[in-house]
Design a binder for this molecule. Structure first.
Ligand code: NAP
Length: 299
């Protein structure tokens, strides 16, 4: 669909969490007619107040939409909104599109692609890089898999939420690129946790540690951003720790299928897992820095 047609394209959006709400806001602000669904309906009110229609089920939403976007937590949630009796799938027919933007396993994405295309529908996987603030500002980076012509057809819609689309290849490749990004993210936060533990045990203040990182070649926007969380002990979630833990598990599952070992990612997964066990799953993922520092000596 070209730009000139966008106002006639009925969009459905499922999953109004930390990311989904601001992303759906961007779509409605760009002038698309929007129907929304969320498992907990009260979270949809802010969008209904802006003119969105609230559907009673994913099926009802899909029946009212030309293109359905899903942004839910994980494989279980995606399966629930797609494959249940009142899920999206029965409404998929010729030319109707399903775009999954949740971070899930390559396996479920590839299964969904087969199910949707078998019904004559269009499937894209389009997970995102960037968290709540880029979602509010429409500056996410969208990692897209599917047929190139379909990515082109939905690029105007996708670019209401993002500043850039990276085309990764066939359906499933957007998800594989996203998991590669989150391997690096989990690893960078894991090793920061260890540098924090080592540095502070050596008498280096957290302030000096982050000043050193920012002053030289180790500097990165990620560390600059997350330094503020650590220094102010403010772990209001942008990217919840439990989702990064989920992604490290998805990565290790995909690596196992490819018969490749990822020992550093395994160590990061264990670190994030112990932070989840310590009750820090709902905090921002940067809380892992402190969780690592809190571990008893010798562990
Ligand atoms: P979130 O705030 O936890 O929201 C999760 C959404 O999924 C909610 O709408 C929730 O509905 C829904 N959901 C969960 N389980 C469900 C089920 N069984 N059936 C139906 N709906 C279900 O998550 P988020 O931070 O927005 O993240 C969404 C996705 O984007 C995740 O895959 C995450 O890894 C990925 N992501 C997140 C970020 C980030 O910075 N937050 C960045 C990039 C990618 P309820 O409201 O009813 O609970």
């Amino acid at each position: 669909m070209r730009d000139s047609h966008k106002h006639r394209q009925n969009v459905g959006f499922i999953g109004l969490g930390t990311m989904g709400t601001p992303m759906a806001m961007r779509i409605i602000a760009a002038g698309y007619p929007l129907t929304v669904y969320n498992r907990t309906p009260s979270r949809a009110q802010v969008l209904v107040d802006r003119g969105a229609v609230l559907a009673r089920s994913p099926l009802e939403l899909a029946q009212a939409s030309d293109v359905v976007i899903v942004m839910v937590s994980d494989d279980v949630a995606l399966d629930a909104v797609v494959s249940a009796e009142t899920g999206i799938l029965p409404a998929i027919r010729d030319g109707k599109a399903l775009i999954n933007m949740s971070t899930v396993s390559p396996g479920i994405v590839e299964r969904l692609n087969s199910a949707v295309t078998a019904r004559g529908g269009i499937f894209l996987d389009a997970p995102v890089s960037g968290s709540r603030i880029p979602a509010e500002q429409g500056t996410l980076v969208i990692l897209c898999g599917g047929e190139q012509r379909h990515v082109d057809a939905y690029s105007a819609l996708l670019l209401t939420m993002g500043k850039k689309i990276l085309y990764a290849g066939n359906a499933g490749m957007g998800t594989r690129l996203k998991l590669t990004a989150n391997l690096l993210l989990g690893g960078m936060m894991g090793i920061l946790s260890e540098a924090y533990r080592f540095g502070t045990a050596n008498g280096i203040s957290p302030e000096l540690l982050f000043e050193m990182i920012g002053a030289g070649p180790l500097s990165s926007p990620l560390y600059t951003l997350k330094a503020q969380n650590v220094l102010h002990r403010d772990f209001t979630p942008a990217f919840p720790l439990k989702h990064q833990y989920k992604d490290l598990n998805l990565i290790l599952g995909a690596a196992e299928k490819l018969h490749i070992g990822l020992p550093l990612t395994q160590a990061a997964e264990a670190l994030f897992g112990s932070a989840v066990d310590a009750g820090k799953g709902e905090l921002d993922m940067s809380a892992v820095v402190i969780a690592g520092a809190d571990r008893p000596a010798g562990s």
